[in-house]
Design a protein around this ligand. Structure first.
Ligand code: SF4
Ligand code: SF4
Length: 384
């Protein structure tokens, strides 16, 4: 059913100057109903994208000025604000201190927010889940009266794109994320898990930092590109539908969008609803991250023969991780691979293809960008 209240909005924001960010955030928030719901004494959790200890200029993480100005807008209304994330590294104080310092998040602290220092987690059950009915959940989010997701618009090796929906993968603590990758090697299964997490958390508000986006080898080692926007909305699927349209990505290139469509979670009728406004800001020649696409994801009502055909095509189209010569042999990917598929030979990473589950954790956490996602020959021919 169509719900206009869930329609996302775009606000132009030329750069990360504090006044410009504040004005753009205010404009975006006003257009989706304002912050009247924020009451004095309310505890608001802001789930940032702090996927890695990278500096703001790398465009891998939510920009600290965005986090700081949102914090100011919320604290001015009497709320207390706690900000955080759980990168795919050990979820502990020394790792998070490094992440907060590198990503510039001390600015949010100076603005009156608290950077999360609770590294506990607990099991939550979600019987309605399609892919996960029980999962580990970062406890700092449990005690909040409302959750705001403040994501970053980027290319992504496994899911094609990351924005509001993928941002919630960070509710699973630290290195446990690798285990979840291992348990859900099929991209559609993983995509459904992301949707389950979104259905469980249901953030009250979704914001997306798209002033400097990332293209290419995302989500951590890609190339920053200026877009100059903030996206805002109340629905993560709709916000990502708008984001995908701006990046000129088709829904089939983003498995979690396919999962959301199959589960009838969109409130708009289709991406064409955003075509006009997306065209104004479209990122021409956006460089994909070589992602595994969901062109051939089976629909629940497909007949068996169609499912088998789609599966065969899907296998032929699968992308794979591949280390380049610039590999320094640091071993980060060896330690992070959930399938134990990587070894170092003569100081270079080598992948055992029989063990690899194509989760692309190695690509996401390679500190030098040497691990790339390569599209298969069939996928490259098919997309010509
Ligand atoms: S993390 Fe990157 S640089 Fe380090 S061993 Fe793996 S591929 Fe090489
Ligand atoms: S080699 Fe990379 S893509 Fe394959 S299972 Fe290991 S981390 Fe995942």
């Amino acid at each position: 059913m169509k719900d206009l209240g869930k329609r996302p909005v775009i606000a132009e924001c030329p750069d990360y100057e504090r006044e410009n960010v504040r004005a753009a955030l205010q404009a975006a928030l006003t257009n989706i109903g304002g912050l009247e719901w924020v009451k004095p004494g309310m505890k608001i959790g802001v789930k940032l994208n702090l996927c890695s200890a990278r500096k703001p200029e790398h465009a891998a993480t939510t920009h600290p000025v965005m986090a700081a100005e949102l914090t100011r807008l919320l604290t001015e209304r009497g709320a207390s604000v706690i900000l955080g994330d759980s990168p795919g590294e050990p979820f502990n104080s020394s790792m998070l201190r490094l992440v907060y310092n590198q990503t510039g998040m001390r600015l949010a602290e100076e603005a009156g927010g608290k950077l999360n220092d609770d590294f506990s987690h607990h099991t939550v059950s979600f019987p309605e889940g399609k892919s996960v009915r029980e999962f580990e959940y970062c406890s700092w989010l449990s005690g909040c009266d409302a959750i705001i997701s403040f994501s970053k618009l980027k290319s992504h090796g496994l899911m094609g794109m990351t924005a509001a929906v993928k941002n919630l993968y960070g509710v699973i603590p630290g290195t446990m994320k690798s285990e979840y990758h291992f348990l859900h090697p099929d991209p559609m299964d993983f995509a459904n898990m992301l949707v389950d997490l979104n259905e469980y958390v249901r953030p009250l508000l979704c914001l997306c930092d798209a002033v400097e986006i990332m293209e290419g080898n995302g989500p951590t080692q890609g190339t920053p590109r200026h877009l100059g926007l903030i996206l805002a909305g109340k629905d993560p699927y709709e916000l990502d539908r708008l984001g995908a349209a701006i990046l000129t990505l088709r829904e089939e290139e983003i498995p979690y969008m396919t999962a959301a469509r199959q589960r009838d979670l969109f409130s708009s009728e289709g991406p064409e609803e955003y075509a006009e406004e997306a065209a104004r800001y479209a990122v021409s020649g956006f460089t994909r991250s070589g992602s595994t696409c969901s062109w051939f994801a089976a629909d629940p009502d497909d007949r068996l023969i169609r499912k088998i055909l789609k599966k065969a095509l899907y296998i032929l189209m699968r992308s794979r991780p591949e280390p380049e010569n610039s590999c320094t042999g640091c071993g980060h990917c060896v330690r992070g691979c959930p399938a134990k598929a990587i070894v170092l030979i003569n100081g270079k990473a080598r992948i055992d293809r029989r063990k690899c589950v194509r989760c692309f954790c190695c690509q996401e956490f390679c500190p030098t960008g040497a691990m790339k996602v390569k599209r298969s020959l069939v996928a490259r021919i098919a997309s010509k």
